[in-house]
Design a protein around this ligand. Structure first.
Ligand code: NAD
Length: 325
């Protein structure tokens, strides 16, 4: 498959793995890149920038294909020096970065000087235009369906993607709600140059998380996610487990007086980490998108990517072509 995105980034298929906290480790990124898609290591999953350098080296041992590093710039409970992680990415020699959350402008000049291409992930047309204006090479446009932070506008992909395509000149990756060949074809039809999948790649053999979590994703329906932190203007979508429901109750009780201190015991990433490591679905909150309703198995990354490409080809050449005949 060839799109502006595959050409620009030198990958076989227009499929990107989402930058997921605690999940985006070398094993998964390498498996995705070996499957012909773009794997992503999540910078902040590594405790220090030095650990990130080691993780990138580990990934290089497992793949000779291009992979990227995600740098999420959002509020955190532990103090994080995003600048030091950005420098580690540059020092590692990785040539693709996915920035997410706040404006990546402070890091743009040094990324550009080092020949690093920047995909900025954002949740609105105005932020995508800003990303284009400051020199990002591509944007990953995240609809309301997505896991993690959907922004505050609540515009689903069906409207957000064509709106972005109307306005932008740079390649667009469609994110939020994608998990199969139908989604890939839809994204291309809406004007995107590829898809980003986070939750779908969690339910793969190589995802470095406990089997119980993969099984929970397979068992879940599209109604099994919950939005938290709306009142803090840092909305995030999580799997609707017991902890998420407790946090929802706190939000209702506190109303307009809610602060991050009220929610920190529930939403802490350190608790979320235990979910993935120990396989206790209720150990903390963990990110999941509405696409859980479309995930019915746990394939290898290679099986998943080739299935999506095959499905997309069949839909385009059989179903859609017949519609036009
Ligand atoms: P963490 O433990 O530092 O924080 C837990 C949650 O609380 C995060 O969602 C964070 O954004 C939020 N938070 C922290 N301080 C806040 C404040 N002062 N005001 C409002 N909200 C606040 O986070 P973590 O789980 O270790 O994750 C590290 C980074 O990765 C964070 O920036 C987090 O938002 C981000 N993240 C993104 C996604 C995603 O979008 N897919 C998923 C998980 C984490």
């Amino acid at each position: 498959m060839r799109t502006r995105f595959t050409e620009m980034f030198g990958i076989r298929y227009p499929i990107v793995q989402g930058g997921m906290q605690w999940v985006g480790r070398a094993e998964l990124a390498a498996a995705v890149s070996n499957a012909g898609a773009l794997g992503i290591i999540t910078a902040l999953t590594q405790p220090t920038p030095e650990d990130l350098l080691r993780e990138i080296a580990r990934c290089r041992d497992m793949t000779d294909q291009p992979f990227a590093v995600n740098l999420t710039i959002l509020p955190t409970l532990r103090a994080v020096s995003h600048a030091h992680y950005a420098q580690a990415i540059i020092d590692s020699g990785v040539k693709i970065v996915e920035t997410a959350g706040r404006n990546p402008e402070p890091y743009m000049a040094s990324f550009k000087a080092a020949g690093v291409k920047i995909i900025h992930k954002c949740t609105s047309v105005r932020h995508s235009l800003k990303a284009q204006a400051i020199g990002c090479d591509a944007v990953s446009v995240d609809g309301f369906e997505c896991a993690g932070h959907p922004g505050e506008d609540d515009i689903p992909g069906l409207v957000l993607l064509p709106r972005a395509a109307e306005q932008l000149k740079i390649p667009i990756i469609a994110s939020g709600g994608f998990g199969d060949g139908r989604g890939l074809v839809a994204a291309l039809a809406l004007g995107a140059d590829g898809i980003n999948m986070g939750t779908r790649f969690m339910a793969t053999v190589e995802a470095p998380i406990h089997q119980n979590i993969k099984d929970s994703i397979v068992a879940a329906s599209e109604r099994d996610t919950a939005l938290l932190m709306r009142r803090l203007r840092n909305t995030a979508r999580f799997f609707r487990n017991r902890v998420a429901q407790e946090a929802e109750a706190v939000e209702r009780m506190k109303g307009a007086d809610l602060t991050i201190q009220d929610l920190a015991p529930f939403v802490s990433g350190q608790r979320g980490r235990l979910v993935y490591e120990q396989g206790d679905v209720d150990a903390g909150v963990w990110s999941a998108g509405m696409v859980v309703g479309l995930i019915h198995d746990v394939p290898t990354c290679a099986e998943l990517v080739s299935r999506i490409v095959r499905e997309a080809r069949e839909i385009i050449s059989e179903r859609l072509m017949k519609t036009m005949a």
